[in-house]
Design a protein around this ligand. Structure first.
Ligand SMILES: C[S@@+](CC[C@H](N)C(=O)[O-])C[C@H]1O[C@@H](n2cnc3c(N)ncnc32)[C@H](O)[C@@H]1O
Length: 280
């Protein structure tokens, strides 16, 4: 069962996104381009947000299309591409579930970076299967810290105090994970199991070396927190300034230098392939 899309889910987060969210593995775009033989072919990034993956993929492809239902994210993505001088990417408003109606054509690669969980996953995987060229690749991308060995951080730089930050968010917004107009329950079934029920079958999992050397300022950490749907500024409303003051105080008591180590984990990529001889 899927929660219907709530257009306010990421409202107010887009401006914080590129500054606040840790980047994926350096080798991700090249890796994906190689896996999908992307040169002179097309890629689709679904739930593209501010263009995080789409803009990085563009130099490796004939064209990249970024799809997202959030207009603030798409505006941010367009600015990001402009700043990078990337011209072979276009942005399309829509939900993953609506892709068949968007007339986007066929792709060698379809990516979802931290966005697949927001969709009607099994149905969307089937939609993607039809959208791929034979032999084309679906890639589900995210950070994985829990099960990956953590590298040593930079000397003298404490990690971002994620647990204390979560406590602070709960103090302001209550014990349940908020998002948009309501509370959000994240799906617990693993993507592997979801894809196993589709024409893709079970995916292959690959880990790419995460960024071990990210050091963030207090304002970067604030941007990270407000880039999250569950701590979006509109959820805090009139208490936003008080929340930010408490967050700054918490960060000040954690690091004397105002610098924090941000270990997002390795980049996990689940790869699923359409059969090379598949029709349709
Ligand atoms: C956590 S952000 C990820 C952004 C970007 N892919 C990245 O990795 O930085 C999730 C994105 O998924 C989008 N999203 C939410 N529901 C969606 C849906 N049903 N179809 C497509 N995108 C969706 C949101 O608007 C948001 O931009």
């Amino acid at each position: 069962m899927t929660t219907p899309y709530d257009p306010t889910l990421f409202r107010g987060t887009a401006a914080f996104y590129l500054r606040g969210r840790p980047p994926y593995a350096r080798e991700l775009p090249e890796f994906l381009a190689r896996e999908a033989s992307l040169e002179r072919r097309r890629a689709l990034d679904v739930g593209c947000g501010p263009g995080t993956v789409a803009v990085e993929l563009a130099p490796f492809a004939a064209e990249v299309v970024g799809v997202d239902p959030d207009p603030e994210m798409l505006a941010e993505a367009a600015r990001h591409a402009e700043r990078r001088g990337v011209r072979n990417v276009r942005w399309v408003a829509g939900r993953a579930e609506d892709i068949p109606a968007l007339g986007l054509g066929r792709f060698a690669l379809v990516t979802f970076a931290q966005s697949f969980h927001w969709t009607d996953r099994e149905a969307v995987a089937e939609v993607v299967y039809d959208l791929l060229e034979p032999g084309g690749v679906l890639a589900l991308i995210g950070h994985e810290a829990k099960t990956r060995p953590a590298p040593p951080g930079p000397p003298g730089v404490p990690p971002i105090p994620h647990e204390s930050i979560q406590d602070l968010i709960r103090r302001y917004l209550g014990p349940e994970r908020r998002g948009g107009q309501g509370v959000v329950t994240m799906p617990i079934e693993r993507y592997e199991e979801v894809l196993a029920r589709t024409r893709f079958g079970r995916p292959q999992t690959v880990y790419l070396e995460g960024r071990a050397d990210l050091v963030q300022s207090v304002e970067d950490v604030l941007a990270n927190v407000h880039s999250m749907s569950y701590a979006a500024p509109p959820l805090l409303g009139g208490r936003l300034a008080a929340f930010d003051a408490d967050l700054r105080a918490l960060l000040g008591s954690t690091s004397a230098t105002g610098r924090f180590w941000d270990w997002p984990g390795d980049t996990e990529v689940l790869l699923a392939r359409k059969l090379a001889q598949a029709g349709g």
